[in-house]
Every structure is written in C-alpha cells, then in structure tokens.
Design a protein around this ligand. Structure first.
Ligand code: SER
Length: 641
C-alpha cells in the first residue's frame, strides 16, 4: 500500500440529528459529545444480517438467493433484480417456503455498462428483498419498511430525514391514496410525500409481459439545500436519495397498455445493498464504502497509484473494481460461464477486456485480474460460499482471458514499435491514419490504443485519415460483395452483423416512440458504429432519444431470437413486415423477425440479412448523436459497446 487509510472506528459521526443522542464508547470520540450521532457505522454485512433478522422476526422464511444466470428465462441474460427469480410465485404459483419470504440476491445489470466509471453505477450489485405472496399488502409492507428504517435497534434513521413517493395515478390505475394514508399515519408529513407519475412510481417487467404495479419509494434527505420550490422526494438533484422500493404487484402486463389483475396481490420490495450502505454512512459514492475499500487498495497496490489523485485514473480504478467484481461473480456462480462471443459469456468477455485495458492505462503490466478477484472472493465468500468453491475456475478463466487479450494487444504494440523510426521522421508529429488503420485491420488493435501509444511519443493520429481508410476498406468490400443490400451492410464482420440487427431494433423503436411515419431513409454500418437516416420532421428531444435507446436495450436484454422466413413480397407486406418504400425487391423475399410468439414479436422487416441469432449478443446500444440529415430526414449515429 502506498498510503495508510484512516482506521475506521466502529462508530462514525455522520449527521447531526434531532432525535438521538448516542455516545459511542470509542476512545477519544466520546469526548466530543454532545455531538449527536444518527447512525452507527454500518457495513454491508451488518445491513444484510439485520434485514434478514428483521423480516424473520416478522414471520418471513429466509430463502436462498438464486444463480446470476437465470433458469428457463430467455428474456434476460442475467438475474437483474431480487424479484426476478420469484416471478412465477408473484404470478400465482405456491412457494414451498410459504407466503412471506426474505432473501438477498446477487444481480447484474448491463444496461449501464458504458457509464460505469462514474461514482454511482455498478454492473454487479446485491439486493435485499421481502415478499408477500397474497399475504400482507400495502399497509403491512409500509409499516414494516417504516419500522426497519426508523427503529433504533434496526437502522435508526431519524424520521425527519425520510421522504416517500407514491403513484400519482393515470387513466388506467387510480392515485395511490392508500399508501399515502399509511405513511401519514406513521408520521411522514404531507410535505414529504410526493405523488409521481408512472415513469417514476411503477415497476414493470423486464420483458414485454409480466407482473407489475405501482410502487412507493423511500428516500433519505441528504440535508442539502433544495434545488428549487418543487424539490421533493423523488427529485434527482441529490438532495433525496432512494434507499428502498415497495412494489405492490397487482397487475399482469399482457401487452403494451394491456393489464389484467393478478390472481392474488403481492408485495415485492428491493433495497440495493451498496447504495444503502453508501447513504447510511454519509458517503456520496458507492466506491467510498467498506465494500470497495479492499478492492481499490488492491488496484492501488498493483498500479502504484493513490486513488483520489487524478480524476481520469480514478475512473479507471473504478472500472477495474466494478468489472472484476462482476466477472468474479459471473465466473464464481454455480452455473458460471466462460468468456465467449455469445450471450452472458460475451458480456463477461467485455467486462474482462475493459478491465484489462484500464489496467494498462494505469500502467499495470502483468497479471492484474486474478489477484483482485481473490480479494473479492475473500471478502464475499461469507454470504456467497460458491465463490470459494469455484475460486480455481474464477482465477484460471480470468488469467486465460487476460492473457489472450494481452497477446492481441501486444502484437499490435510490436507492430507499432516497428513503425516508430519512420514515424519519428514526421516533423509534424502526426501518425498517418492509414497506418493506424493497418494496425486495426491486421491486428485488431483498437484505434484508442494506437492514439494512446502515439501520445506517449508526443504524436497524434490523423483520425480523419483513419476514418477515410476505414471507409475505403468498406467500399472495397462492397465492390467484392454479393451481399450488398439496403446500402447499409458492407462489412460482413461479426460487428457489422450486430450493427445490422441493431438497425432493425432502432427502426422499430423509433416507430414505437415517434410514430408510424418513421421510415428508414438509409443506413451505413462499419465495424465500429452505425448511422441511420429516417423520416421525421423535427429534432428528437433528449427524452425521446433516451426512450428509443432504452427500448432497443430492453430488446437486447431480452435476448430475443432472430429468425428468417422466405415468402412472397405481398405475403410479407400483409404479415406486417416493414419493406422500404421505393426499394426494388424480388418476388420472393427474406423476412427477418426479432422475437417470437412466446416473447412477442418486436420487429419484422424485409431484408437480405445476415443477422445475429439472438439479440443478447449485441452488447449495449448507445445513441451518440441525433442530427439533421436533409429536409425532413434525421440522422442517428449509434454504437454497440
Ligand atoms: N422490483 C423492485 C426493484 O428491483 C423491487 O424489488 O427495485
């Protein structure tokens, strides 16, 4: 370790509170009394134990959390929430352990993978949850949540700092006055009860169908100035942080806008451990909790870098911590998968490779991942003994994948070194984009790395020239390709195929969000990005862009099957397949369908292909730019990460 960390006492002075006045018994600290203490310093371990003990005391049976890789659910690659393995029971099946359940569940969400690196997002997290399967409903759930949050023997949070939100109601489902009345009776004043719309206070299924209902969320006041007169629980300015969500499962979503009441009313609650520990300890970043301290320390040691000294490097440290943690849990799962190019294995590969790249950015050479994984295994094998059981597999797979990726990178680097003497002769200190392209094309060397290596030599890469070389390469492939279709797919590499499937998802998502007038006007795909032109009269709002992006990512997460059928053009059109206006088709065409009867069909298009077999292999879809292309035509530039 390069520096010593402050010793964390059992108690920490966190917030002044009007309610409690503890003395902590820690040497030196009692002298500073009468500074009141709100919370005891709480570790994830204590939070997990307290939560389980509390609900056991309320007649809940503790059940085992399930695998990160869901059974019999092709709609998602990973378990994404605590309730996910319980869906059959929320839908009416009897649970062998009874109708009051409690557990902690490991979860992975990959939708935010590209923003991991900031101070709050994680791919792997743990969720605490309690369930009522036709037993208590709103009143019982809220009363128990309130007791756990406020009673001194549990979390002991001051009542004054708790705010809640409830569903404001809409044309389909009434305003949730019942939940609001319970909160009021328990002592939450009206001013800290916010009524919020469906976008905020409704929990829906990860796929297109499933159990859903209004929810009531609990927030802690971070005692910051409100951002304005409308600032209330649920506001995203940072004053109110959510720690718990009580979902009142009442409906089954059969199709968009089509709900039927569930056979029995259920409760699903979710409390994210990392987030709650952060808030309870007065921190603003999950990475500043005891959960990440040993992992950060391991990265610091490997990199000989002091976390907190440089924002760019800190970001790399956080990416390594999160990604190795997620990779350790995926590999350490009883159903652990190996890195591969499909499905969950592909996500795992991305996590590992991104971590390695950021390790290199920190100047770490040599085995990085498996020693860090060992720290995580040691830290987490209490609640997750499978990590110890599978530790050899975890470490070996990490070593292998790290080695493979480093080899690829090394080859590229050697080539770069060979180029150096001639590069140095360029007095402008600009590396030719053609050379950068050659490294990319021949050795799979990412352009960002070439730029980094060039920067180390005090040079820049001629990026426009790189892009041009890329384009020319595509044109050559196009000339030689019999598979030219739709003006879009010219490069038959795996990434191009993925982008092509993403184009269909985007096309349908735009039609869903903006309307049926949206028609494809052109597309252009490279192995690194896609461009999509479409008819629409106005610039898209930030919200529309976010909705379209989320809708595409939802279909990716659902891992929908992509299938092809040959049929007559008229038959294709009659079946609802989108065909491009003005396009010339043969009388027999291929129709690509994304989704099927059991998942619901998301998109159907006449198209030459090829496409991926399942949407789950696409990664994360991100819209980078939305701009005008020509009159009445907009252009989206997007990437798969
Ligand atoms: N399903 C809800 C969530 O994940 C509560 O568990 O937040």
């Amino acid at each position: 370790m390069l520096h010593s960390r402050p010793v964390v006492q059992k108690c920490l002075i966190l917030y002044p509170t009007k309610q409690y006045n503890f003395t902590c018994g820690c040497p030196g600290l009692d002298e500073v009394s009468p500074i009141p203490l709100l919370f005891w310093f709480m570790t994830a371990y204590e939070l997990r134990s307290k939560y389980i003990a509390f609900f056991k005391s309320k007649d809940h049976a503790q059940i085992q959390g399930k695998s990160l890789l869901p059974d019999n659910d092709p709609t998602v690659l990973f378990t994404t929430a605590g309730m996910h393995p319980l869906v059959p029971y929320l839908l009416g099946e009897d649970h062998p352990a009874g109708n009051r359940l409690v557990d902690y569940q490991k979860c992975i969400r990959t939708g935010d993978i590209d923003v991991v690196g900031d101070t709050s997002h994680l791919t792997f997290f743990e969720m605490l949850g309690n369930w009522s399967l036709g037993d208590y409903f709103k009143e019982g759930a809220i009363e128990m949540s309130f007791e756990f949050l406020t009673a001194p023997e549990w979390l002991g949070i001051s009542l004054e700092r708790i705010g809640v939100t409830v569903f404001e109601g809409d044309a389909t489902v009434a305003r949730d006055e019942e939940s609001a009345a319970v909160w009021k009776r328990l002592g939450i004043p009206e001013s800290r009860i916010s009524y919020r719309p469906r976008a905020d206070n409704w929990w829906g299924p990860a796929g297109a169908t499933g159990p859903c209902g209004p929810d009531s969320e609990m927030f802690i006041d971070m005692e910051k100035e409100p951002c304005g007169p409308a600032c209330a629980p649920g506001c995203s300015c940072g004053k109110w942080l959510e720690i718990w969500n009580d979902v009142f499962m009442q409906y089954h979503k059969n199709a968009p806008e089509e709900y039927t009441p569930l056979a029995r009313q259920c409760v699903d609650t979710g409390m994210g451990i990392e987030r709650t520990v952060t808030i309870l300890n007065g921190k603003t970043s999950v990475y500043d909790t005891e959960l990440f301290a040993p992992i950060i320390a391991a990265v610091e040691q490997a990199a000989a870098y002091h976390y907190g000294s440089d924002p760019d490097k800190d970001r790399s440290v956080r990416i390594i911590c999160d990604h190795v943690r997620a990779a350790t849990f995926i590999l350490g799962d009883p159903k652990g998968v190996s890195p591969s190019n499909v499905g969950a294995g592909y996500v795992l590969r991305r996590l590992i490779r991104r971590a390695v790249r950021h390790g290199l950015k920190l100047g770490i050479h040599g085995t990085l991942l498996s020693p860090i994984a060992q720290v995580i295994i040691d830290q987490m094998s209490g609640p997750y003994p499978e990590l110890t059981e599978n530790r050899l597999f975890v470490r070996t797979e990490l070593d292998k994948e790290e080695g493979r990726f480093l080899e690829t990178l090394q080859k590229g680097e050697q080539e770069f070194e060979k180029l150096l003497p001639s590069l140095r002769q360029d007095s402008r200190k600009i590396m030719s984009g053609r050379l950068a392209f050659k490294l990319y094309d021949t050795y799979g060397f990412p352009i960002e790395l070439t730029e980094e290596l060039a920067a180390e030599q005090g040079m820049t890469v001629n990026r426009p020239e790189f892009e041009k070389a890329f384009k020319q390469h595509q044109e050559l492939s196009r000339a030689g390709s019999e598979q030219l279709f739709k003006g879009g797919l010219v490069d038959q590499g795996i990434m191009a195929v993925k982008y092509h499937t993403a184009t269909h998802l985007l096309h349908q998502a735009l039609r869903t969000v903006l309307g049926k007038h949206v028609a494809q006007k052109g597309s252009n795909i490279t192995a690194e990005r896609m461009r999509f032109d479409f008819s629409h009269g106005a610039a898209m709002s930030a919200e529309e862009i976010a909705q379209v992006q989320a809708l595409v990512n939802e279909q990716i997460q659902r891992d929908l099957p992509v299938t092809m059928t040959m049929m007559g053009l008229d038959e294709a059109k009659a079946s609802g397949a989108i065909a491009l206006f003005g396009e010339k088709y043969e009388s027999q065409v291929k129709v690509y369908t994304i989704g099927d009867d059991s998942h619901g069909v998301f998109s159907k298009e006449v198209c030459g292909g090829p496409h991926v077999d399942r949407t789950g292999t696409l990664g994360t879809f991100k819209i980078q730019k939305e701009q005008s292309s020509s009159a009445g035509v907009r252009r989206i530039r997007a990437v798969l990460e």
